[in-house]
Design a protein. Structure first.
Length: 747
């Protein structure tokens, strides 16, 4: 069964398979709404049968163009498909609502094209054997409304009946009409001139005339009237109306057939038009399964049933059937011979155009050859979506991998049609995807794949940045800093081997992290490039105060590299000097000063500067530091020695550990012990210190940047002791540099 099916707002030509044996002989649909073409179609759909070869033509018309589509159907399926572009386009919804009919002799096709603006009927020459449609003749039926709707040929193929359907809303003064045309002369002016109105008065009761349909016996034509309980009947449709239309002459009755209480709508079921030709007593050739790659089926009947054939020879030819209908021996590709070869299968080795002949003999006739039957072996489309997909991505491309040309595609997701009609699509959701491929000649294939898309979590650990020597910062691979037990981490490059979500970065380099979701298998990575920011270089100019208590000293910083805009914060004795934000500070006394220097292109720099009265006081003071032995011991030492002749005897000292904030560690009075032998301040921890020395008159001397570091740990490897080892025995150990030392074992 062939229908026009509504799919996503567009009509498509589809077919359904019905097994009449099922459901107790009532039949059942075993396959429904399989697309024959993915091109949008119209309501124009008709069937024409040919008893010569027991085949049918399914004829439809595309929407949006002037293309007819024809499918040759045998009992084995669709054996041939063709499209013909001819006549006027059907490019509006209104134009797609009319009827198409084939004449009883199989030589004409009539197509109704409703307005607005104008109604038309187009007549074509039709070849029931080849399916050719040509030579359009367009007859102008006048403006719409009323709109052209139904059309039918008379049984003798010389008259054409057309209905015009009223529209009481758009044009209440117009009424439905039933018209007759003489088409014995195949030209538009004569056909239009012959037109006569059979009925328009009946429709003044607001009746809508619909479809006109010849009865199965070919004697009468019926007309549907919407809302009526009767059908109109044309009793003798072969008769031509006289010059003054007299509907009685064709035995027309508006209420000719009672529907026994049922109510008519606009349509009537179209009957297949069966064309009968008596050559060879109706014997013909049918074919099916014409998709390449599988055997094609061909069938005929005995030459003179019920007499059986004594010989049936099939011959197959590659190429186009010559115009004279006589096979070319050079085209022959194979043959099958036998006694009762009424049905044969033949496998062709390549797609293309072919034709077949059958030569029969029986006890009455010898070597009778049936007319050659052309057909096409179409390329079989192929579909291969591959194995099921489990992918960590937001989308994946599905490719049908079909190589057959001129194929049409439809895709579904979980049995719902998608709008895509291309050979490949981008799948953006998880689910089961199917591709249905329709090739030429109705050759179809399909494949399916299950897609599981696991969305990758976005990962952005940081933007590329720079770091200053001695500084550090933390890279965090967690989303929003929140721990997820399903995630595992693997750091590469700058933090190779780390498996924690965070790492502390203190060196320049490329830091790469890979994060895997153990629940979905998704793995993402990100990287950040950490560069080095330079310390600013500059020169320092100091102006000493003129006396111990004078405030006329100055410090100036200039010649900065890199060139940038710098900001400054000044401190004295660890306390910020408010309002001093330039590169120089003036009007200051001797003391320990500190300046914090900042810019966008360099690292923050903190500089300690001592401003002393060296040229005036001549302090002759020397300092020395000793590092702490281990990072857990506070045994660092700062020693200062005062030379003879220095005025700083006796002196007061203050030792500050540089902060922030600065912290006073030690202070006191030193007498002559510092001369020659020096004075030591002990038990100091790692860090930077400043020393302030002052004499009895209040003059001060400052020493900055006294640093106490940490001596490295020493690894000692002990040799195995003698056994037994007694308390107090000595063991020799290896010391770095192949030096030896002794260890005494104690409890």
């Amino acid at each position: 069964m062939f229908t026009t099916t509504e799919t996503n707002g567009t009509k498509q030509l589809s077919y359904s398979l019905i097994d009449i044996r099922r459901n107790g002989g009532k039949g059942a649909v075993v396959k429904s709404n399989v697309p024959l073409s993915y091109e949008p179609t119209t309501e124009h759909l008709i069937t024409a049968g040919n008893t010569t070869d027991s085949t049918y033509w399914i004829i439809s018309h595309d929407y949006g163009n002037n293309t007819f589509r024809l499918y040759r159907v045998t009992k084995n399926g669709i054996s041939q498909e063709k499209s013909i572009s001819v006549g006027s386009p059907i490019d509006s919804l209104q134009k797609g609502k009319g009827y198409t009919k084939v004449s009883a002799d199989g030589k004409k096709i009539a197509v109704i094209i409703p307005g607005p603006p104008k109604n038309r009927v187009e007549l074509y020459d039709f070849d029931i054997q080849t399916g050719d449609i040509k030579n359009p003749v367009t007859v102008d039926l006048g403006p719409a409304p009323p709109s052209a709707y139904g059309v039918e040929f008379s049984p003798d193929n010389t008259k054409l009946y057309v209905t015009l359907k009223a529209d009481s809303l758009a044009s209440p003064e117009q009424y439905s009409k039933l018209l007759q045309f003489d088409i014995s002369k195949n030209n538009a002016p004569d056909i239009l001139k012959s037109g006569k109105t059979i009925d328009s008065l009946s429709s003044k009761t607001n009746q809508y005339f619909g479809s006109v349909q010849i009865d199965p016996n070919g004697g009468k034509i019926y007309m549907a009237i919407q809302g009526s309980t009767k059908l109109a009947v044309i009793g003798e449709p072969n008769k031509l109306l006289p010059a003054v239309a007299a509907k009685d002459s064709i035995k027309y009755k508006i209420d000719g057939l009672d529907l026994n209480g049922r109510v008519s709508q606009l349509g009537l079921p179209t009957q297949p038009v069966i064309f009968t030709k008596q050559d060879n007593q109706g014997v013909g050739i049918t074919g099916g399964d014409t998709c390449f790659g599988k055997p094609s089926k061909f069938q005929t009947s005995n030459l003179c049933d019920p007499i059986k054939n004594t010989q049936t020879d099939w011959n197959f030819y590659r190429g186009v059937l010559p115009k004279d209908g006589k096979p070319n021996p050079a085209d022959k590709v194979g043959s099958i011979t036998g006694t009762n070869k009424m049905e044969v299968n033949y496998l062709f080795n390549t797609p293309g155009s072919y034709y077949v002949t059958v030569t029969m003999s029986n006890s009455c006739k010898q070597d009778t050859t049936l007319p050659a039957q052309p057909f096409t072996i179409y390329p079989q489309p192929n579909a291969n979506l591959g194995p099921d997909i489990n992918l960590c991505a937001f989308e994946v491309r599905l490719d049908s991998k079909n190589l057959a040309p001129n194929s049409q595609y439809r895709w579904t997701l979980d049995s719902n049609f998608l709008p895509d009609t291309t050979a490949s699509i981008m799948a953006k959701k998880s689910g089961k995807y199917n591709v249905f491929i329709l090739g030429k000649g109705g050759c179809t294939t399909e494949d399916e794949v299950v897609v599981k898309l696991n969305a990758k979590e976005p990962l952005d650990i940081a933007k590329d940045t720079t770091i200053c020597k001695g500084n550090s910062f933390t890279l965090d691979a967690r989303s929003g800093g929140i721990n997820d037990p399903n995630l595992s981490y693997r750091w590469l490059s700058g933090a190779t081997g780390a498996t924690t979500p965070t790492v502390v970065v203190s060196k320049p380099g490329l830091y790469v992290v890979s994060v895997k979701n153990n629940a979905t298998g998704c793995e993402v990575s990100d990287s950040v490039n950490v560069g080095t920011r330079p310390l600013s270089n500059f020169s320092t100019t100091k102006k000493e105060p003129t006396s111990c208590n004078a405030n006329d000293g100055a410090i100036t910083l200039d010649n900065f590299i890199p060139i940038d805009k710098y900001s400054f914060v000044w401190y004295k004795d660890g306390i910020e000097i408010r309002g001093q934000t330039s590169n120089s500070i003036t009007g200051i006394a001797a003391g320990n000063y500190r300046v914090k220097i900042q810019s966008l292109l360099s690292c923050d720099t903190l500089v300690n500067i001592s401003l002393n009265l060296i040229n005036i006081l001549k302090p002759n003071i020397v300092t020395q530091t000793t590092n702490t032995f281990c990072d857990v011991l506070n045994d660092g030492v700062i020693r200062f020695e005062v030379g003879s002749g220095s005025q700083f005897i006796p002196l007061n000292y203050t030792l500050n550990k540089i902060g922030p904030p600065d912290q006073t560690i030690s202070s006191g009075l030193v007498t002559t012990i510092a001369i020659g032998s020096g004075y030591e301040i002990r038990n100091l921890s790692q860090g930077s210190y400043s020393l302030e020395l002052s004499d009895a008159a209040g003059c001060k001397y400052f020493v900055n940047n006294l640093k106490i570091g940490v001596k490295p740990r020493v690894t000692v490897t002990l040799l195995p002791p003698p056994s037994p080892l007694c308390e107090g025995q000595i063991c020799i150990g290896a010391y770095p540099g192949n030096r030896k030392h002794t260890l005494e074992y104690r409890r």
